[in-house]
Write a protein that binds this ligand. Sequence first.
Ligand SMILES: [Zn+2]
Ligand SMILES: [Zn+2]
Length: 425
Amino acid sequence: MRRYDLISCHDCGVLHRKRPLRPREKARCTRCRSVLYRGGSADLSRVVALTLATALVFLIAQFFPIVELEVKGLRSSATLIGAIAVLWAEQMQLVAAMVFFFTMLFPAVELAALLYVALGLRAGFQPPGFHRVLRAVQAARRWGMTEVLMIGILITVIKMTSLARVLPQPGLFAFGALTLMLAVVVSFDPKTLWNVGDDLAPRPPPRLDYAALRASGAELLPCHACGLVTPAAPGRAHPRCARCGCQLHRRRPDSVNRTWALLIAAAILYIPANLLPVMYTHSLFGSEDDTIMSGVLFFWNSGSKGLAAIIFIASVVVPMLKLAVLTLLAWSAQRRSRWRPLQRTVLYRLVEFIGRWSMLDIFVVTLTVALVRFQALAVITAGPGALAFGSVVVLTMLASMQFDPRLIWDHVDSGPPVYPGEKHV
Ligand SMILES: [Zn+2]
Ligand SMILES: [Zn+2]
């Protein structure tokens, strides 16, 4: 740990001094147990090779058909982009846009941005726009949902086997490989690249004597993007990170109010999301409306109890749990509660982790709608419930991003001392 030896815990805000770790070792916060940083240096050649290979598989997955259906000599197949186009043409532009952003655009931005930065650093210089591009990697990563899509593809395939002969296509295998490769890419922390970048910066940020600064009473604020802890001069209205230029906040501004606003909007939309149909089936045997719950019952009654459970958990339990937990977090933060801060932090991490999984049903609807296009036999179209449901997922994700977990700890204690001899109340 060269220039900067302080790190602020993302979840509780306590400052820690960094120590060198062995590869694969993790440093955890002594107060809330969240992972602060991991050991091992950035092997740039490995990052470049892995990202390049993943980008290649990404392209194959996007543009090759995923599965083909065959019913009575009629065939129908779907690529991801084709499925999005079908939704778009059916006046479901917002849902189509969501699927496009979460499964194509954000993963593509993450891979391209990571490749750009790693290639530059490997060549020995900070590429233009270094900080902005690295921030894009982090932002895109929060919204990429390839692994959720993969499970959605598998559920769709199993669902289709009861209707038609299902022939797996190259896109299916490419998505399988892509999911595994992205899991490795995501295990790499972009903050490591910021540390590498410091050594190559034309004007490296100044070396700071943190102990003296802290003793002098300057407030040390962490940067959300690059992790650097910067001293904020007292009275300065809008301090900025000395390294990446991001605006620094003691606590996310208006965190609780914004969380409430998004949460209330999500709770209202949760009602039509469950009552309105997400899919319409028109077939020789008549028409049928499917809500989220009737989709679950379909799997349950057709003997796939495991699948029914997965969809029920992802589409019904997870959104409800998110709404309940975020309400508890916002309410307790507003009341400055000291009640069980550790458990509340664990709940916050849980919500952050499971948030994206409720998008599962939307992906299943998208693929089903694109695949079942047998004009004479059966056609499935998307219903307004899908839009309401997708909006609930996005709104609850935004709500958990707006919530500042450090508010949980603000009225508990000031955490362990960072420097020997430092006093705490
Ligand atoms: Zn902590
Ligand atoms: Zn920064």
